[in-house]
Design a protein around this ligand. Structure first.
Ligand code: SF4
Length: 468
């Protein structure tokens, strides 16, 4: 893919739009020009030439860039029948713009803006507004001076071939677990001191990974107990553990979580087709999912989320329908529908490139959305990742009262997050001002550099102390 720009420097925007329709390796050339507020694009692909033109209604950079992207979109659409339901909206938070408009504009005005300025199709524009409204309601209950805690456990029972996270198979890396837990305990203590000194209130706690339940129940309990000893958790409104792989569920683990006030867990079946799970190297059985639901219910966990993936290799809309039916039969309080995406780190990246332009994924996402809404699970948060099939979204659906606060906060970037453990990203938020501090991604790197991690964490303290 060759990209030439004239009169502007928005090459990235042009590339993002081209990638919705063409592969990087395709023999395709685009020439994108800007003259005043008029943007034009010419694309040469597959022996054909196609042109597009768009005008910006303002000199503001955002609208000029939109016009450039729109001209490329119009030209590319004539050469490809790939659905692009999000139009030129390639950002990772498609509901955020709609939420900012809620207080000043009517629903019709927002809808027209999303459709005309971002070329979203009617369904996606309405979804963005629906999600924005639910997010707004959730955000209005956020306590002042509150903070969320994230604890990362970067171990899994085995590594799935589509995985894009830094996570290690526990069987081969068991020797790293104990020192890792000891380092995390140090960071919990240090974080507790920062929270106390700043007088912040812990609002939500989220254990993510990896698969936090891949480690022994006693080890996970040490971490939870240490949080309780080092921070005031009496005002926590949501305590979630991403249990993830259903093959890690035992009654001992579930009872331990319940005993320690964990109210929400996530079980991630991804698909209810064994053939698919085997093909993508996800080593759990369908029966494990049913057993995991049973064990969690028996222990008294109140809120269960199930994660699914649309667009897994070999799957079609009928298969997605079957998966959603099976999941709904287990009566989850929430379901998150992800669209398959890959980073370079994934083992499946070559295969992903072959299926990246499948049209199935859009239909699968639509089917799942319709079925979940039909059962009273409504969309309440949403995000997109670069390099997903069809530039589609990931959306969380929940029964009323079971929406994950943490998920909304992290998407809308309105609450600080103190992240503990490998891969953690601590976020400082003050109005529109956002800063981040990152922990090392690898478990062993994090463990070896724990003293440096603790020192870096003081940036959080300084950020808020300066503004008090
Ligand atoms: S369970 Fe999740 S984090 Fe672990 S290897 Fe599989 S996809 Fe990656």
């Amino acid at each position: 893919m060759e990209i030439y720009t004239y009169g502007h420097e928005a090459e990235n925007g042009v590339r993002q739009i081209m990638q919705l329709f063409f592969s990087l390796g395709d023999d395709v050339r685009v020439e994108s020009k800007l003259e005043g507020r008029r943007a034009t694009a010419e694309i040469y692909a597959f022996g054909k030439i196609s042109t597009g033109e768009a005008f910006s209604g303002s000199d503001e950079r955002l609208y000029i860039t939109n016009a450039i992207k729109k001209s490329v979109f119009y030209a590319a659409k004539k050469l490809s029948d790939m659905p692009a339901p999000w139009g030129i909206s390639t950002g990772i938070r498609p509901a955020k713009g709609a939420r900012k408009m809620l207080s000043d504009y009517s629903e019709d005005e927002i809808l027209n803006h999303l459709k005309n300025e971002y070329l979203m199709d009617d369904k996606k524009a309405r979804l963005a507004i629906e999600v924005a409204r639910r997010e707004e309601k959730i955000l209005s209950s956020m306590p002042s001076e509150s903070v969320s805690i994230y604890v990362g456990i970067p171990f899994c029972p085995s590594r799935c071939s589509y995985c894009s996270f830094i996570s290690q198979a526990i069987a081969h890396n068991n020797k790293y677990v104990k020192p890792y837990i000891d380092a995390v305990l140090k960071e919990i203590e240090h974080t507790g001191r920062i929270i106390k000194e700043l007088g912040m209130k812990v609002d939500t706690v989220y254990f993510g990974g990896g698969t936090p339940t891949a480690i022994a129940p006693a080890e996970l309990e040490r971490l939870i107990v240490s949080l309780d000893e080092n921070m005031d958790l009496s005002r926590v409104r949501e305590f979630c553990v991403e249990a993830g792989r259903p093959d890690t569920f035992t009654s001992e683990m579930m009872n331990m979580l319940k005993r320690n006030n964990v109210g929400r867990i996530s079980i991630n079946p991804q698909s209810m087709h064994q053939k698919t799970l085997d093909a993508v190297g996800r080593h759990h059985r369908i029966e494990d999912v049913e057993k995991a639901f049973y064990l969690a219910r028996e222990a008294g966990i109140e809120s269960i989320n199930a994660d699914l993936i649309a667009g897994l290799p070999g799957e079609d809309t009928e298969m997605m329908k079957y998966t959603v039916e099976k999941i709904l039969a287990m009566n989850p309080e929430a379901v998150t529908v992800h669209t398959l995406y890959m980073k370079r780190a994934s083992e499946m990246i070559d295969e992903f490139e072959k299926i990246r332009f499948t049209k199935n994924a859009a239909a699968m996402v639509d089917t799942a959305t319709m079925m979940l809404k039909g059962e009273g699970l409504m969309p309440y948060y949403m995000y997109k990742q670069r390099n997903t099939l069809g530039n589609l979204e990931n959306a969380g659906f929940a029964k009323c009262g079971h929406e994950s606060l943490y998920n909304v906060y992290i998407m809308e970037e309105v609450q600080p997050i103190l992240a503990i453990g490998a891969g953690g990203s601590t976020k400082m938020v003050m109005g529109e001002e956002i800063e981040r501090v990152f922990n090392p991604k690898e478990a062993s790197d994090y463990t070896n550099r724990i003293d440096e991690v603790l020192k870096r964490k003081d940036v959080f303290y300084d950020f808020y102390k300066r503004r008090m």
